[in-house]
Design a protein around this ligand. Structure first.
Ligand code: 0WD
Length: 256
C-alpha cells in the first residue's frame, strides 16, 4: 500500500517552499514517513529548518550536505546512520549550472561550466547512492529529478540537458548495480515548474506558455503532482519498477 509508516527517507535539494524537493517531502510526510533533509549551504539552513518544522511530524533531521564534497556526503550519511539507522529511500533533487550557459548556443559552454554542471547535477547521484546503499539494508528506492532537455534539444537548456542525459544513464547503471540489494533507482522527468533553479533558464516563461497551449493536459506541472509520483516510487506499489523514467509533464513529451 501507499503508507510509509515506520520508514525514513532522505530528501536532498530543498531550497525554499517552491522547490520540487519540498513537494516530495510533503507527499511522503503525509503518508507517515520520517524525513531527513539535507541542504546545500548555510544560506539555506533556516529555510529548510522552518519548512521541516511546519510538517506534522516534528522529528525531521536537518543536516548540511554540499554534494561537490565527498567528505560532506560521507559525514551526512554517517550522521544519518547514527541518528536514524536504516533508511528506505533517497530523493535526489539537485542540479546546478552557470546562468550564462543556460542561454544562447550550447557551443559556448566552457570546460569549467561543463564540469560544474555534470559534477553537481549528475555525478552527485552516484556519490550519494554509494553512501545511501550502506544504510538501505532493508532495500528501498532511490529517485532523481530529470528533464526532457536530456532526451532532446530544448532551447536554452544547453549544458544542463547534457548533464541530464548523463544523469539518466547513471540512473540506469545504478539500478543495475543496486537491484541485487533490493534497491530500485528511478527518475521523474518533470514538466517545467517555476522554481529558483528554473529562473536561471533563458526564456522560461515561453517554455511554460507552450506547455499550457500544447501539452495533452493543457496545464503546467505542479510540485504536488511530482510529490505524489515520488510517493508511488517510494512505496511498495512500485516494487516491480526500476531503471525507469516517468514523465510527469502533462504528457508534453509525446508531442513531436
Ligand atoms: O522546471 C523545473 N523546475 C524542473 C526541475 C523540471 C525538471 C527537473 N527539474 C529538476 C532540477 O534540474 C533539479 O534536479 O528538479 C531538481 C530540483 O530543482 P528545483 O526544485 O526546480 O529547483 P530548486 O528549488 O532551486 O532546487 C535545486 C537545489 C538548489 O537550489 P539552488 O537554488 O541553489 O540551485 O539543488 C541544490 C540546492 O538546494 N543544490 C545543491 N545541493 C547540494 N550541493 C548543490 C550542491 N552543491 N547545488 C545546488
Amino acid at each position: 500500500n501507499l503508507s510509509l509508516e515506520n520508514r525514513t527517507y532522505v530528501i536532498m535539494g530543498v531550497a525554499n517552499k517552491r522547490s520540487i524537493a519540498w513537494g516530495i517531502a510533503r507527499s511522503l510526510s503525509n503518508a507517515g514517513a520520517r524525513l531527513v533533509f539535507t541542504y546545500a549551504g548555510e544560506r539555506f539552513e533556516k529555510n529548510v529548518r522552518d519548512l521541516a518544522e511546519s510538517l506534522e511530524r516534528s522529528d525531521s533531521l536537518v543536516i548540511p550536505c554540499d554534494v561537490t564534497d565527498d567528505e560532506q556526503i560521507k559525514e551526512a550519511f554517517g550522521r544519518i546512520k547514527e541518528e536514524v539507522g536504516v533508511i528506505h529511500g533517497v530523493a535526489h533533487c539537485i542540479a546546478f549550472a552557470n546562468v550564462e550557459e543556460l542561454k544562447g548556443e550550447y557551443l559556448n559552454t566552457t570546460r569549467d561550466g561543463f564540469l560544474l554542471a555534470h559534477n553537481i547535477s549528475s555525478y552527485s547521484l552516484t556519490a550519494v547512492a554509494k553512501e545511501a546503499r550502506q544504510l538501505m539494508t532493508e532495500g528501498g528506492s532511490i529517485m532523481t529529478m530529470t528533464y526532457l532537455g536530456g532526451e532532446r534539444v530544448v532551447n536554452n537548456y544547453n549544458v544542463m540537458g547534457v548533464a541530464k542525459a548523463s544523469l539518466d544513464a547513471s540512473m540506469k547503471y545504478l539500478a543495475n548495480d543496486l537491484g541485487k540489494d533490493g534497491i530500485r533507482v528511478n527518475a521523474i522527468s518533470a514538466g517545467p515548474i517555476r522554481t529558483l533553479a528554473a529562473k536561471g533558464v533563458g526564456d522560461f516563461n515561453s517554455i511554460l506558455k507552450d506547455i499550457e497551449e500544447r501539452a495533452p493536459l493543457r496545464r503546467t506541472t505542479t510540485t504536488e503532482e511530482v510529490g505524489d509520483t515520488a510517493l508511488f516510487l517510494m512505496s511498495d506499489l512500485s516494487r516491480g519498477l526500476t531503471g525507469e523514467m516517468l514523465h510527469i509533464d502533462s504528457g508534453f513529451h509525446i508531442l513531436g
